[in-house]
Design a protein around this ligand. Structure first.
Ligand code: NAP
Length: 496
């Protein structure tokens, strides 16, 4: 067993952890380590590699603000290209040598006397660090459905986050449970190979048309030579996505904006009508909650897949799984070879927080969130947790694009750490008053949002915590969040 000391420990080597590492280097902090339980970097873009994986945010927008990538092959790039981008950025900023793979962090405890975080690693090693960052992502703990008999299934069973690249569905009878963003991408790929595919849908999803573009070699050269050209496209895609959130969701109380939200649902219905002639099938695929209550999807392939004769939509539910098939709630039975679980991730139970974090006076973060309310000042800080930034927290995630979240978080780090250094201080900790004010403001802002006054009851969305509060997404524009992160009152933190 060893115990090492660092200026900072970052948990997670996905885009969040890599961004935090780059920011630390920019601030002159080089004595840090990134710990990741996987054997490669990239987080969700390393773990997920199911067929059809692609980003559902335009890649012009889906990149660090300081590191545009001229090499994207298309507007909605594949998962493999995004993983490559993670590798390229980590290499360019010399982050890789700070990463320790196959290292699972079990927990971290603040040592008030030594003013350090004591980090416990699986296997018994420990580390001490002045600063702790958790960049553990929002969707990193796969959720396995608790369906009667599922343990008795004798065929192949696979969660989408644990995909076997050697698996070939050709000629097989396949069932897939789930119709979220992952399933929308995977179902057309499975249908192209399987002899028979049954899709188990509990809650339908809104599917908008996907307006994708191929970037020619000439366009890539233009982006590389004149980065401004790519920045202009980014400004357009940023603003479209931003408008979707601020108009359609955050300011839903404004009657005109509500109308626009309805128009977005009309567009999805037209998309359905375009691909599917069967009225009853369209009805079964149509959600009864407002668009934006859960993450909508973009696809030109998903809906039409259900018109193929060997693809069946099963929306009555599952009674139980047996050794070689599924007994459906309508009494029928589906014999299968492979069961694919596109059942998503356990965000609220397993991710908030992803490791046990014990702060000052023994405050346990997970317990405190559950005993009070899920809360985090600026989406990163909690009182009683000195020298800690939790990058995957309540109110951390901005709208639809993770890189916007990363941008405000990096700017917040810069402002906060510059002040700590200016004062030659040892610790920072958000004050209880600032945290309370922030939570109150989030609650007030959410009151006029789609998530509070829209029709979200049947959405079963991970945007809502187990108490039904929409405390995941920050109800503000990227511009506002970046301004706040760059200008927040330094008195909101006790810096000593
Ligand atoms: P998800 O959105 O949480 O969807 C999980 C699906 O599984 C839902 O349809 C859910 O039904 C169903 N399900 C879960 N447990 C079930 C059970 N016991 N019985 C029946 N059905 C069950 O998960 P996801 O599709 O993996 O997507 C998660 C998020 O990842 C997305 O929202 C998106 O943010 C992100 N994502 C992004 C991309 C990208 O391109 N950037 C691609 C894929 C995913 P209910 O809705 O009824 O619970």
């Amino acid at each position: 067993m060893t115990s090492e000391h660092f200026d900072a420990v970052i948990v997670g080597a996905g885009f969040g952890g890599i961004g935090a590492a780059i920011q630390l280097k920019r601030m002159g902090i080089h004595d840090f380590v990134l710990l990741d339980r996987e054997d490669d970097l990239g987080g969700t873009w390393y773990v997920n590699h199911y067929p059809g994986l692609a980003v559902d945010v335009p890649t012009t927008t889906y990149s660090y603000y300081f590191e545009p990538n001229p090499n994207w092959s298309r507007l909605f790039s594949t998962g493999a290209e995004i993983k490559q981008y993670a590798d390229d950025v980590a290499d360019k900023y010399d982050v890789r040598r700070h990463i320790r793979f196959n290292t699972t962090v079990e927990g971290a405890r603040w040592d008030e006397e030594a003013k350090v975080w004591r980090v416990a690693i699986a296997g018994g090693d420990t580390m001490a660090a002045r600063y702790l960052f958790t960049a553990t992502g929002f969707l990193s703990q796969p959720k396995l459905p608790d369906i009667p008999g599922i343990g008795d299934f004798q065929g192949r069973i696979v969660h989408t986050a644990d995909w076997d690249d050697d698996y070939d569905a050709t000629g097989e009878r396949v069932a897939i449970i789930g119709t979220g963003a992952t399933a929308v991408q995977l179902i057309p790929e499975l249908a192209a190979k399987a002899a028979d595919l049954t899709v188990y849908q509990r809650t339908p999803i809104w599917v908008a048309p996907k307006i994708d573009l191929h970037f020619s070699e000439r366009a890539k050269r233009l982006f590389a030579r004149f980065p401004l050209t790519q920045r202009i496209i980014r400004a357009v895609t940023d603003n479209i996505y931003e408008a979707m959130i601020t108009i359609g969701v955050v300011n839903y109380r404004v009657p005109l904006f509500r109308r626009l939200n309805i128009s977005a649902m009309d567009l999805c219905k037209m998309n359905q009508f375009f691909w599917i002639r069967d009225r009853e099938l369209r009805r079964r695929l149509t959600p009864d909650y407002d668009i934006g209550c859960k993450r909508p999807t973009f696809s030109n392939r998903y809906l039409r897949t259900f018109t193929k004769p060997h693809v069946h939509l099963q929306s009555d539910g599952i009674e139980r799984v047996e050794a070689d098939g599924i007994v459906n709630a309508d009494g029928t039975r589906t014999a299968i070879d492979t069961l694919v679980l596109a059942t998503g991730f356990d965000l609220w139970e397993a991710n908030f927080p992803a490791i046990e974090v014990i702060g000052r006076d023994g405050r346990n973060l997970g317990k405190w969130w559950r005993e009070t309310r899920f809360q985090a000042y600026q989406g990163v800080s909690m009182p009683y947790f000195p020298n800690y930034l939790s990058l995957a927290s309540p109110y951390a995630f901005l709208g639809l694009n993770f890189f916007n979240t990363m941008e405000y978080q990096m700017r917040l780090m810069e402002r906060l750490f510059n002040e700590v250094r200016r004062r030659n201080a040892t610790t920072f900790e958000v004050t209880e008053a600032a945290n309370d004010r922030y939570l109150e403001r989030m609650t007030e802002m959410l009151a006029g949002s789609l998530w509070t006054i829209g029709n979200c009851a049947s959405a079963r969305s991970y945007y809502f915590n187990p108490s039904g509060e929409p405390s995941l997404l920050r109800p503000m524009s990227t511009r506002e969040a970046i301004r706040e992160a760059s200008e927040f009152p330094l008195t909101d933190y006790q810096i000593a």
